[in-house]
Design a protein around this ligand. Structure first.
Ligand code: B12
Ligand code: SF4
Length: 489
């Protein structure tokens, strides 16, 4: 079987022996980023890492960014068409957020109806934490946790005609009655964590039918994986606990900087978005690593021309790790924007959400970044079943500090509502989904959403009043002062 004409030729790096020598032939693998319904989706790094690892091992791998297509119908049709063109030995479906579930289910159903009879493996955070869901749709297996080693092993087992059942890291339907209430899942975790220092860089080519190149404007880079935190609502800690090894693992700073410089040189990338959950890692080790990354970027990017030659950098981190020396250095390396998952400026809520930090840490960290002239994007979970006027009042103090410093607040600060994800600590107390709010809070929430996203889903920002943030703050202020659901603005 050879790929149909019209598919791009993939340039393969030198195949490291001895693996390629032992392969009878190369596998062809298609990895699909399932549609999420997001009108402005970003390319996912997960499939791009898997494709890089497969290509380095001598296989052919394509990434179809179906999420970038206009709608789910088009995405499903394009996936079926491409699968028929490529005729892959194995197909991977990436489900990077719960929003991808409906599109992933439709994609899998359409592939099976079209007669695709190869194995279909599903991966990403949501299926890792709830593998029974894709298995119930007919997926062959779910790759739980980080996928590189497990996926490569699965691909090579399929090529060699071996069973998938012996592969650690895969969740498979368990033997037993198929008509039980839920499919049973069997799973053995992997013994070794993925070695980040040994990983190739993620591929940056997608099948041309989908996304035009965006790397010239913005490219995502993953410099470390995991987080030492254990916040009650967050899926990250549970995901990385599926595998062994430390909860936060960094890449070598020089490797990160070399990738940044390569993106700049190759695509002219203007902004690098580091997708790390907590760029500051754990304690002193993390801080030293972040400083080393900054120094390495200064050296590498300096070599290709600083000033206008340097890309802007955006990171996300815990607010309690912020301190001036590291951020001064990161700013010199190009840092312009810091996303802080603050969640609340009210101590009882920080405690309830297991944030392991004090309100004073929040204020100190935010003030430090503002003092350095950085753009600070704070996200708050303002709407949850326990929201009170006192809490909203405390959050408003922080929001006013940001606004007085000229920072746009954005929907992440003003209209986030608690979602409960399966597998998280909160998921053991509450059913998955969106828990109900107290009636008066629900009223305020709806009114805030009306001001934040007056447009249709495809254009949520359209139709916002010019000073919509002031309107939201006024509404929240009314609630905080105890005037019921707030005066409508
Ligand atoms: C960057 C990011 C975004 C970006 C870009 C998303 C994208 N296209 O990738 C933006 C800002 C758009 C975003 C939005 C959202 N996100 Co987000 N996002 C992330 C973040 C921080 C990094 C993703 C990443 O690039 N990781 C690096 C890569 C290398 O890791 P990876 O994706 O996990 O891939 C590995 C494995 O999962 C697996 N794998 C992945 N795909 C596949 C496919 C196959 C076939 C196989 C076998 C394996 C496999 O192997 C990969 C390599 O090891 C993650 C947290 C995280 N640490 O991953 C949250 C995260 C994925 N997001 C999350 C959420 C909830 C959302 C939102 C719903 C938030 C919201 N309320 O709006 C939206 C949904 C958007 C949408 N419409 O779908 C949650 C998902 C929770 C869950 N269990 O479902 C996460 C885990 C964050 C969290 N704190 O819990 N997000
Ligand atoms: S600090 Fe952030 S990434 Fe880490 S567990 Fe908490 S919410 Fe998740």
């Amino acid at each position: 079987m050879s790929p149909a004409p019209g598919l791009p030729t993939v340039s393969l790096p030198a195949v490291p022996p001895p693996l390629a020598a032992t392969l009878q032939h190369r596998a062809r693998v298609l990895i699909v980023s399932c549609p999420s319904g997001d009108p402005r989706p970003k390319p996912c790094l997960g499939p791009a890492y898997l494709a890089a690892v497969l290509r380095r091992a001598g296989h052919e791998a394509w990434v179809l960014d179906a999420d970038s297509l206009s709608d789910t119908d088009t995405a499903v049709k394009e996936t079926v068409r491409t699968a028929s063109d490529v005729s892959p030995h194995l197909l991977g479906l990436a489900v990077h957020s719960p929003e991808c579930y409906p599109g992933a289910m439709r994609t899998l159903t359409a592939l099976l109806q079209a007669g695709f009879d190869g194995p279909v493996l599903v991966g990403g955070h949501p299926p890792s934490l709830r593998p029974a869901v894709p298995l119930s749709w007919g997926a062959t297996a779910v790759v739980r946790g980080e996928g590189e080693a497990t996926f490569l092993e699965a691909v090579e087992s399929v090529l060699d005609g071996k069973l998938l059942s012996d592969i650690a890291g895969l969740a498979l339907p368990a033997d037993g009655p198929a008509d039980g209430p839920k499919p049973l899942v069997r799973f053995t975790g992997r013994r070794e964590p993925v070695n980040l220092a040994g990983l190739p860089w993620p591929v940056r080519d997608y099948l041309p039918t989908t996304r035009p190149r965006v790397e010239s404007v913005l490219a995502c880079v993953s410099a470390s994986r995991g987080c030492w935190g254990n916040c009650a609502f967050c899926a990250v800690a549970c995901f990385y606990r599926l595998g062994p090894g430390p909860r936060w693992r960094p890449r070598p700073p020089k490797d990160v900087a070399a990738e940044v410089a390569w993106l700049r040189r190759t695509f002219g990338t203007e902004m690098i978005h580091f997708v790390d959950d907590n760029f500051l890692g754990a304690g002193r080790q993390g801080r030293d690593w972040a400083r080393e990354v900054a120094r390495a970027i200064l050296r590498y990017v300096g070599a290709i021309g600083h000033g206008e030659g340097a890309p802007r950098l955006k990171i996300a981190c815990r607010v309690d790790g912020v301190e001036p020396e590291t951020f001064r250095l990161l700013k010199r390396a190009g840092l312009t924007t810091v996303e802080l998952g603050v969640e609340s400026a009210y101590q009882p809520t920080l405690d309830r959400f297991g944030k392991s930090m004090r309100v004073e840490d929040v204020w100190r960290g935010v003030r430090c970044l503002l003092g350095l002239g950085l753009r600070v994007k704070v996200s708050l979970i303002m709407f949850h079943p326990w929201t009170t006027p006192a809490e909203v009042s405390a959050n408003l103090d922080l929001l006013h500090l940001l606004r007085d410093a000229g920072q746009p607040l954005g929907p992440e600060a003003l209209s986030n509502r608690l979602h409960v994800y399966p597998g998280t600590p909160l998921g053991t107390q509450l059913p998955p989904g969106v828990p109900p709010l107290p009636p008066e809070v629900e009223d305020v929430y709806r009114e805030v959403c009306r001001l934040v996203s007056p447009g249709e889903a495809a254009e949520p920002d359209k139709g916002r009043r010019p000073d919509w943030e002031s309107d939201v703050l006024e509404l929240l202020g009314n609630y905080a002062r105890g005037s019921g659901r707030g005066r409508e603005v």
